[in-house]
Design a binder for this molecule. Structure first.
Ligand SMILES: Cc1cc2nc3c(=O)[nH]c(=O)nc-3n(C[C@H](O)[C@H](O)[C@H](O)COP(=O)(O)OP(=O)(O)OC[C@H]3O[C@@H](n4cnc5c(N)ncnc54)[C@H](O)[C@@H]3O)c2cc1C
Length: 399
């Protein structure tokens, strides 16, 4: 399909593949065994320009666009899904700051995140439920002179224990629903009142997700992002970009499973011939290939729509939902093709299956995507009703 895409896409794919082969794959096992965040690999990926695709060159980005970002995310997931640097350093954390930050805030935080000098986080979800993030939000920010003091807790904040910079959402007006949510740029290592506890979900030990506890956690007023009450609008706008490319992670997982299954089907001899010669295995391979190509078309379409500043909420929800289903289908099917060995940690299929499950949850669950798609189809709520009306800076290539 790359032949149908802009010329530079092939070069981007080659360069991320080379980077994964030379830098990530030879080193990732050792970091996982130690449970250590690979800061030097995060830095090397930053130096290579992989985090900055959707950001302008003046602040250290490459302005290659969302399609380029999707290709990078796809290849990382395909080659070693455990490497989670892109989401933290090239995703929602710098996006929120870029969308709504002052020039000083952007200059202070975004270039270092894109260069991999610092590590980012985004803490929206709370224990009361991620699908109703604003309604369930109990974390409260109280202003005291030149600082806010934050109290409460966050769930599932990836790299909550390691981050240098994060976006954290808290209520400044608990009575105002989503309009009472404010976004803050937090620096957990610099100010008191913050602690984080990793949660073991059987995924990467290097890129851990955490529960975060805030006890009069100090955030200077100058680190408020936008005005009080604008936080939900900012995070939803950032997540829109995130969802336009998160399907690429599911796509990469699906392709990784497919490629492993094809290789195994050609190598595994049963009754004197490779199992790939059996029609039922061929049917499984064919079904995976079809779902992958359909997902690829949807994911690239959503990313290209972001680049063109077209409405993307509906397209991104469809792409993420379909690609997530494909990831799960391919992980399950590949595991069947591997037989008993598909359950063994000796093969990466068992690990990919776990990441495929996550795709139905992270950055909006499958049900949430389906609600958006169905309500739009039924005429109850137009999915792209806010398009072009947020008043935030644009992240599309035409912006
Ligand atoms: C490994 C991992 C990493 C994560 N990283 C981050 C991060 O860095 N930052 C962050 O802020 N969050 C993060 N999350 C949180 C993630 O975004 C949430 O888990 C997700 O939004 C779902 O929230 P929940 O788990 O509370 O599920 P819930 O919202 O409790 O949903 C439970 C179930 O109910 C369904 N449901 C909910 N509402 C409806 C409805 N109206 N109709 C039908 N069904 C419904 C959901 O689809 C789901 O199946 C991470 C999660 C995981 C597992």
């Amino acid at each position: 399909m790359d032949q149908m895409l802009p010329d530079e896409i092939g070069a981007i794919r080659d360069s991320i593949r080379r980077f994964m082969e030379q830098e990530i794959i030879p080193n990732m096992d050792a970091y996982e065994e130690r449970g250590e965040l690979p800061r030097d690999l995060i830095k090397r990926a930053g130096d290579a320009g992989f985090y900055g695709c959707t950001f302008p060159e003046e602040i250290g980005g490459s302005d290659m666009g969302y399609l380029a970002a999707a290709i990078i995310i796809e290849e990382i997931a395909r080659m070693d899904v455990r490497y989670g640097g892109f989401n933290q350093n090239g995703g929602n954390c710098p996006a929120c700051i870029f969308l709504a930050g002052t020039d000083e805030q952007i200059q202070k935080y975004v270039p270092d995140l894109l260069a991999g000098n610092t590590v980012g986080m985004m803490a929206l979800t709370e224990a009361g439920g991620g699908s109703d993030a604003a309604g369930a939000m109990k974390t409260f920010a109280r202003r005291e002179g030149d600082v806010y003091k934050l109290n409460g807790s966050k769930m599932w904040a990836t790299l909550g224990d390691e981050c240098d910079v994060g976006i954290l959402l808290a209520k400044t007006d608990p009575e105002a629903g989503a309009r009472g949510v404010t976004a803050f740029i937090v620096e957990p290592k610099k100010y008191p009142g913050y602690s984080a506890q990793p949660i073991d979900v059987g995924l990467s030990k290097s890129f851990r997700t955490c529960a975060v506890f805030l006890d009069d956690f100090v955030v200077p007023v100058e680190n408020r992002l936008g005005e009080e009450g604008e936080g939900f609008k900012i995070i939803m706008r950032a997540l829109q970009g995130g969802r336009a490319v998160i399907g690429a992670k599911a796509l990469g997982i699906a392709i990784g499973c497919f490629e492993d299954a094809v290789k195994y089907a050609n190598e595994r001899i049963i009754k004197g011939q490779p199992i790939g010669h059996y029609q039922m295995i061929q049917a499984q391979i064919a079904e995976m290939a079809v779902e992958i190509e359909a997902s690829r078309a949807l994911v690239y379409q959503a990313a290209q729509a972001m680049d063109e500043e077209l409405p993307t909420n509906r397209l991104a929800a469809i792409a993420k939902f379909h690609a997530s289903k494909t990831a799960k289908f391919c992980a399950d099917t590949a595991q069947q093709i591997f037989g008993g060995y598909g359950l063994s940690t000796e093969y990466r299929i068992s690990r990919y299956k776990k990441y495929a499950d996550l795709m139905f949850t992270g950055e909006g669950t499958a049900n949430v995507q389906k609600i958006l798609i169905a309500e739009d189809a039924l005429g109850y709520k137009v999915a792209d009703r806010h398009h072009g009306k947020t008043g935030l800076r644009s992240m599309g290539r035409k912006g």
